[in-house]
Design a protein around this ligand. Structure first.
Ligand code: SIN
Length: 481
């Protein structure tokens, strides 16, 4: 795989430098070393990308769905074929352990495959008309040019989760990957080019100033849709700004996931699920268990078993064998984790295992940590930590558990562990969240609609519903005479 990213902008089928000739460094979070210099694009390059996407749209939208599907399927196979190289690149720029990066490549390829399959199922409807002299057709058509803004925590999968359905629907795309992790995105778009994507259908613009790129996308009425994964704060800004040109928006925003464990649960399974959910990607996922609530009679046993398992988890560089918790993405992430931990301990929580947050060799690390005796007033229970800290609190009744789980403006993912089927149904239905893992700590999959209630976002990605975000509905009333 080509590791030269000097011509990392992709506009109208051409890999190019920025117009200013400026570039910026991409660093390895494990040690702060520079791994690549990439072109620093801004408004001018973004406008050129919009021009290209706008020109390419009619021909791409008119291509038979099966042809679009073939390109997506080839793209999916190419990602799988390059799994090791892509995983290495991802670990270098994001820090996640290699095994997780490999898993993410499969996850990313899964979206290209799933939406390649879905491309052929963009059905319309014929609706009975009120008179025999009319027919009513309902058509679903691509929304148009899409601005896709993706985050650093899943440098491949969040790209394919947005770009694949957009392409399947017949839309063209300007992709703006996170400035911390653009290399994986560039690498997978190179594979998409090899799979035969026509010039202008997908464009990549990346720069140190995300606001300049974002504003160019938001200001241009030809961009008909913004799809974004990131913070709730930025999501709200994008939504407000999209109102001016009435763009469609899909937003995957912050979470504050509760993880409920009832006394009748299989405790080992619950511990395994909590670890999978909490420590995946060093706790830097929107669906990470942020608050663990355990029913009083089993809270000590659960905390003990979890601490025993967590104690054995190795933290370090993602490329080192045996490491399961990598570095935090940057100083800002580190400061947040440190603040959450220090606040909790100051207010009376105890560290059952872990607790060290440190700088080492130019990288920022946090030990996988289990906290007990936490209270709702602590920052760690009120805000998304985005780090490997698992706070455990106890509850007395199902009603209390649900009330505390739902007492947040967020509503992305929640988890519940119980062997009681009726309780499982009640709790799954009562949780005000878009995703519920019932005895499952890792619910994410390309086949299912991912997205949040309340301030966690708008719309769904993945699943059959993931296509809807990129389609407009039109009805045609046909008069027969
Ligand atoms: C995210 O954290 O933004 C995505 C996590 C997932 O797809 O499971």
């Amino acid at each position: 795989m080509d590791r030269d990213f000097g011509r990392g902008l992709y506009i109208d089928g051409q890999w190019q430098q920025s117009r200013s000739g400026r570039s910026f460094p991409v660093t390895n979070p494990a040690d702060g070393s520079v791994i690549a210099e990439i072109p620093d694009a801004g408004a001018e390059e973004t406008r050129a990308a919009i021009d290209a996407a706008h020109r390419a749209f009619p021909a791409w939208a008119a291509r038979p769905a099966l042809e679009r599907a073939r390109i997506l399927m080839d793209w999916s196979r190419a990602m799988e074929a390059h799994q090791d190289e892509l995983a290495r690149l991802m670990t270098d720029e994001n820090g996640k352990p290699l095994a997780e990066s490999r898993g993410e490549v499969t996850y990313a390829a899964g979206f290209a495959q799933w939406f390649g399959e879905e491309a052929r199922r963009v059905y319309g409807e014929i609706v009975p008309a009120a008179t025999s002299l009319k027919r009513i057709w309902v058509l679903r058509q691509p929304v148009g040019v899409v601005g896709a803004i993706t985050p650093w925590n899943f440098p491949a999968a969040m790209v394919t989760r947005k770009v694949a359905p957009a392409l399947a629907a017949g839309c063209t795309v300007i992709l703006k990957p996170a400035e911390q992790t653009p290399l994986t995105a560039i690498a997978i778009v190179r594979l998409l080019e090899e799979a035969g994507i026509p010039p202008g259908v997908v464009n990549v613009v990346v720069g140190q100033d995300p606001v300049a790129i974002g504003d160019a996308l938001l200001d241009d009425p030809r961009v008909r849709k913004i799809t974004f994964t990131g913070s709730t704060e930025v999501g709200k800004h994008l939504m407000r700004r999209s109102a001016d040109t009435m763009k469609r928006v899909s937003l995957e925003l912050g979470g504050q996931a509760p993880f409920l464990v009832f006394a009748d649960a299989d405790l080992d399974l619950a511990v395994q699920g909590a670890i999978a959910s909490k420590f995946r990607n060093t706790g830097q996922t929107c669906v990470s268990a942020n608050r663990i609530y355990v029913e009083e009679p089993v809270v000590d046993e659960f905390a003990h078993r979890m601490a025993q398992r967590v104690k054995e988890m190795r933290v370090g560089r993602g490329t080192e064998p045996g490491v399961v918790v990598g570095p935090l993405i940057d100083r800002q992430g580190y400061e947040k984790v440190k603040l959450h931990l220090e606040d909790a301990v100051r207010q009376g929580a105890s560290v059952a295992t872990g607790g060290r947050v440190y700088e080492s060799g130019g990288g920022f690390y946090a030990e996988p940590t289990v906290l007990v005796g936490v209270e709702e007033r602590m920052v760690v229970m009120r805000e998304e930590t985005f780090g490997p800290v698992a706070p455990i609190s106890s509850f007395k009744t199902e009603a209390e558990a649900l009330e505390r789980a739902n007492a947040t403006p967020y509503g992305l993912a929640a988890y519940a562990y119980t062997r009681d089927l009726a309780r499982g149904v009640r709790v799954a239905e009562g949780l005000e969240y878009g995703i519920v893992g019932l005895n499952d700590g890792m619910p994410s999959t390309p086949q299912a609609p991912f997205g949040g209630f309340k301030e966690s976002g708008q719309g769904r990605e993945g699943g059959r519903q993931g296509m809807d975000a990129f389609l407009e509905i039109k009805f045609v009333s046909v008069g027969l005479g």
